[in-house]
Write a protein that binds this ligand. Sequence first.
Ligand code: NAD
Length: 248
Amino acid sequence: MKEKDLEKVVSVMKIAKKVFVITGAGISAESGIPVFRGSEGLWKNHDPMQLATPEAFEKDPVLVWQWYLWRRSLVARANPNAAHKVLSRWEKTYPGFLIATQNVDRLHHRAGNEKVVEIHGNIWEVRCTKTGRVFSPEEVDITEENLPPKSPEGGLFRPNVVWFGEILPPEPLDEISAFLSQEPPDICFVIGTSALFYYIQSWAHVVKMHGGLLVEINPDETPLSARADICLRAPAATALTRINELCS
Ligand code: NAD
């Protein structure tokens, strides 16, 4: 991370009223939850990118559920890391604040954030494939013994997450549009995401168009990097901790 870049970010954060944060799997990597893309993202020789699809579930719901039960066990053992904790402090500091997360692990909530929009759902809820009704984890207990889990409404239960190739539900998108269309954010952080989805690019574009500073935090380059005002090439916990220290 270049000092000059950090100084620029901190100068905006010191006067910012509204902060927008987009997070992806990379922010939870330091909590021990593997990202999808890359060599760390393999599970029993299955590529997660091939398992997180409606086609995979249709072909082999037991295999997909086994993978989700494994992911649930990782998430249950994981704790919010320093990056999540900094964001929870910022929610209390800035009058305008929102996290749009692609993560399904709920670690932002567990760190204390309430202003979080989960655009890809979360790993604990399930949904009936026949009626679309969503059930909470308190209502449905899924174990290795009852796979594939059958819904009382006639279908199977599937995780209530958005898989590759599926359309995003409108409610979270509306919430983000409303946030962006009121007073524009002074700054937008895009943290730990390969930024391949068009909506990430488009939110980042909206912030820039209105004069907000676009900051990417990711050890690697992404398709967004060329449009970012500042790229901090560091793990999320390192970068956010440093910015937070310099702001206080
Ligand atoms: P991705 O796997 O495509 O990309 C992860 C990104 O994080 C990469 O660009 C990588 O360079 C970066 N990264 C790795 N370690 C980092 C660190 N310590 N700090 C900062 N950045 C780091 O993830 P994505 O873009 O979020 O898209 C994958 C999809 O998979 C999402 O839809 C998401 O719902 C799902 N997913 C969620 C979780 C989770 O909830 N924790 C985990 C894996 C995948």
